[in-house]
Design a protein around this ligand. Structure first.
Ligand SMILES: *Cc1c(COP(=O)(O)O)cnc(C)c1O
Length: 495
């Protein structure tokens, strides 16, 4: 009972002391800690950050692509309790640079080929710095006219660049995971509304069933989105894929007006594209809803040379794509594109009849979030610095470099398991064991960084050429090291 007594004592004291409290409120309270922060020299701190950043940029190619264990161990200096008083910016920045910078992954250099990550365009980085100083809340026009204007511009540019239907709208989100959640929510509501069911009033509990159809090679974030949007595994039909991970069109189940079909532009392992022309056509004929996960592959739409991969993708209803992969914007730059403007807006509210009060673009009505940073500005700067042709050429260059990388490895006796149609390469060294050993030694060597995956049940090394920074030299250096490690492994094998 000690606790209750404590509370009683406190409340009695509080009641008795109420005159004192109001006296306290009358005085102008100033926290010495907050006051010290107010007096800090922001511009000077930014100069210090600038100096460390230059340091980082200038040495990126000389340090291991992945930090070694002793560098990672030093991160333990951050394991402290939160101190009572505040600390100076100088020492905060210094500890970040001393211990954080070396323990970061050198993604912005040219020899990081892990996952599908991309680099950071100088225009985007510098614009991010400037606009971070603005610290805009991009939710509403009235909160930031400039964020509203630039979102509107980027929406128009993307729709045009990617050759999507004119009526397509864009919502700017953290990444494809969220974009897919939104796309599938819209798809679900679109199909239910079309079936005469008011999902906004009735929710999902009494809704007519919807069949979800996707390829066996779908990305894990699609399953995550489906679960969040209210679909269980029992609602999902998985269509078998071919040896490149593409949905096999002739094994599609019967589609109808209550089917939510999810296709893929850019398989996360092989980089392959589903046959949009055939599959979207069939979906359209029966009124199914098609969402395309185009996280890194959708930018293939920016170059006609990829027409054989992307043909028909514009027939879909919604698309998710990342700026932070192929386009090389900073992270936290995803987009949901959707041709059903009103259904998207309705789906991001509860009532299903949201009225846009402003004449201008209120960004929040197209996304799950309200307060958020003005991420579209970085995309605007990226598109502005590359231009229409530049985006197309960037994507083509990534592809040609991937082909070069793959050919070099194949010539030296490594097996390439996919056809390199985009920027992804799947490499294998004889068997699972040797592939894994080779991968481990590559990851430890620090010359480049590659990830691993399973492909048709086999262990593979996965290479993604996603950064504009990567040069043919970077590839040569990486290949040379991979072959050195392979020889070492073979030498060990024979003794
Ligand atoms: C990266 C990726 C995602 C997830 O995107 P995030 O931006 O990381 O949320 C989804 N699908 C594919 C094919 C991807 O490559």
């Amino acid at each position: 009972m000690a606790t209750t007594e404590g509370i009683n004592n406190y409340s009695v004291k509080g009641g008795q002391g109420s005159a004192d409290v109001s006296k306290q409120m009358a005085e102008k309270y100033i926290s010495p800690i907050v006051e010290r922060i107010r007096l800090q020299d922001i511009a000077g701190s930014l100069d210090q950050a600038h100096k460390y950043s230059s340091d980082y940029i200038n040495t990126i190619d000389d340090r291991p692509v992945y930090p070694d264990q002793s560098t990672i161990d030093k991160l333990d200096v951050f394991d402290t309790n939160l101190q009572n008083g505040g600390e100076d910016i100088e020492s905060i920045l210094e500890s970040l640079h001393t211990y954080g910078s070396p323990a970061s992954v050198a993604q912005t250099g040219g020899r990081y080929f892990g996952f599908v990550c991309g680099g950071i365009l100088p225009s985007a980085l510098a614009s991010k710095w400037l606009t971070d100083v603005w610290d805009q809340n991009a939710a509403l026009f009235v909160m930031s006219p400039v964020a509203s204007k630039l979102e509107q511009v980027v929406e128009k540019w993307l729709v045009d660049l990617l050759g999507l239907p004119e009526e397509t709208v864009a919502g700017f989100v953290s990444g494809s995971s969220t974009a897919t959640i939104i796309g599938l929510t819209v798809g679900r509501n679109y199909l239910l509304t079309k079936a005469g069911y008011n999902v906004f009033e009735g929710g999902l509990f009494n809704a007519p069933p919807i069949k979800v159809v996707l390829g066996e090679g779908s990305h894990s974030t699609v399953y995550k989105a489906l679960s969040i949007v209210g679909f269980g595994t029992a609602n999902i039909v998985k269509v078998p894929v071919d040896d490149q991970g593409r949905m096999t069109a002739d094994q599609l189940p019967r589609l109808d007006g209550r089917t939510l079909l999810i296709l893929q532009a850019g398989h996360v392992n092989s980089g392959s594209f589903d046959d949009f022309q055939t599959i979207c056509q069939r979906a359209k004929e029966v009124g199914a809803y098609v969402h395309v996960d185009g996280a890194f592959g959708l930018f293939a739409m920016a170059n006609k040379r990829f027409n054989h991969l992307t043909k028909g993708v514009d027939l879909a209803d919604s698309w998710s794509v990342d700026g932070h992969k192929t386009l090389n914007t900073p992270y936290d730059c995803g987009v949901i594109l959707c041709r059903h403007r009103q259904q998207l807006i309705n789906s991001m509210q509860m009532t299903g009849s949201y009225i846009i009060v402003s004449e201008n673009r209120d960004n929040m009505v197209y996304t799950t979030e309200m307060s958020r940073r003005a991420r579209a500005i970085e995309m605007w700067a990226s598109l502005k610095s590359l231009g229409r042709d530049g985006v197309g050429e960037l994507v083509w260059e990534l592809h040609k470099k991937a082909v070069y990388f793959g050919e070099k490895l194949e010539k030296e006796g490594l097996e390439i398991l996919n056809s390199i149609v985009f920027n992804q390469i799947l490499v294998r060294h004889k068997d699972d064991n040797r592939t894994n050993l080779l991968l481990k030694s590559i990851q430890n060597s620090g010359v480049c960084w590659l990830g691993g995956a399973k492909w048709n049940g086999k262990s593979v090394i996965r290479i993604s050429v996603s950064s504009f920074r990567t040069t043919y030299d970077d590839i040569d250096v990486s290949v040379k090291d991979i072959l050195r490690l392979k020889d070492e492994l073979e030498h060990n094998d024979s003794i």
